[in-house]
Design a protein around this ligand. Structure first.
Ligand SMILES: [Fe+2]
Ligand SMILES: [Fe+2]
Length: 353
């Protein structure tokens, strides 16, 4: 037991006070005393008391009332109170426990009994203090660690997004696409996904991954990518390999964004009627990401100048989509696109080259 624990004796009878004090002085370095209830309240508020020995028959305030007051104060309620009473009736003892005392000692005081009870409760109090301190410390540690993990997580996600967007931009610059092509494709894809009924998370994933749809073009020769005329059949065959090439670049990853990007790179040139490439998939065998990116990519490509053609007028573009409904494109997506054309045109305006 620590001899520097602070015990407070509250007793208005000088003789009794001395008796208790003498017993406790054998265990503790420093024993505090108070002669009235008010003095006791002042003392506990201003010093770190570990235990109170409280005489019930005080002159100013009844001892039970003093105990009740202490137990109502949050910072003090963990101090154990042992009450001293000459009234050993059950009513009196019950009252002591009712107001929050932990134990009681009967007068006349027996030194051994007093010593044993005080020691037990001081030890309990100190052990409890340590536990509380440890718990507070742990809580701070845990909340700091959680904060750190969250920061790291955000950092990783931001990095992923940036790297993916940059990769998309690299692919774009290689194929001399117009400046904001991948940005617009990302926005159109997101909007189509939401309107089609994908959930917010999936729509976001698609938006973040779709800039990579042409990443495979980094492996296509410049002479083909930038040819200012129609490609020969051989050249077109080479060009078409960009879908599979892009897929191969990304397919190894377990990251959701890269997995989505792999699907998009692989399937953005598939056609609903099975005449696309590289696998000639049909209908809903083409992943929804591929079907959506196909609409977004073609809509944007037709509306922009390219090295081999001028931008098309809107009417002509819409005619093509109607014509290719259920041929090149998922009919549901074409309907959604036409119905919400204004929103798509807004995006086109916002991210003009
Ligand atoms: Fe492509
Ligand atoms: Fe594209």
């Amino acid at each position: 037991l620590r001899s520097d624990a602070k015990v407070l004796i509250v007793e208005d009878n000088i003789v009794n006070l001395k008796i208790v004090q003498n017993i406790l002085n054998k265990i503790f370095d420093d024993v505090l005393t108070a002669k009235t209830g008010n003095e006791c309240l002042d003392l506990v508020k201003n010093s770190d008391v570990d235990l109170i020995l409280l005489d019930v028959g005080l002159l100013d305030i009844n001892g039970f009332e003093v105990a009740r007051k202490i137990k109502r104060i949050n910072s003090l309620k963990s101090i154990p109170i042992i009450f001293i009473t000459s009234d050993s009736s059950y009513e009196s003892i019950e009252k002591g426990f009712e107001v929050g005392c932990v134990d009681y000692i009967k007068k006349p005081i027996n030194a051994k009994e007093l010593t044993a009870r005080v020691k037990t409760h001081v030890e309990l109090k100190l052990a409890n203090d340590q536990l509380v301190e440890y718990k507070d410390h742990l809580e701070v540690e845990i909340s700091n660690t959680i904060k750190e993990i969250k920061n790291l997580n955000n950092e990783i996600e931001d990095t992923q997004r940036e790297v993916i967007f940059t990769m998309g931009a690299i692919g774009e610059s290689r194929s001399k696409e117009t400046g904001n092509h991948v940005k617009r494709v990302a926005e159109y894809s997101y909007l189509l996904a939401i309107l089609y009924g994908l959930d917010e998370n999936e729509a976001k994933l698609l938006k973040e991954a779709s800039p990579m749809h042409d990443i495979g073009k980094v492996a296509i020769p410049d002479s083909i990518l930038n040819k200012p005329a129609k490609l020969t059949e051989d050249e077109f065959t080479t060009m078409k390999t960009h879908a599979k090439l892009g897929y191969n670049m990304l397919a190894h990853s377990k990251r959701p964004i890269l997995k989505a990007a792999a699907i998009i790179a692989h399937e953005h040139h598939e056609k609903y009627n099975g005449t696309g490439y590289p696998r000639k998939l049909t209908g809903e065998d083409i992943h929804i990401y591929g079907r959506i990116t196909a609409v977004a990519d073609v809509f944007d490509a037709l509306g922009s100048d390219r090295c081999y053609k001028k931008a098309w007028e809107l009417d002509k573009i819409l005619n093509l989509f109607q014509e290719e409904r259920a041929k090149h494109f998922d009919p549901k997506l074409v309907d959604i696109f036409i119905e919400n054309l204004d929103s798509f045109l807004e995006i086109r305006d916002k991210f003009k080259d």
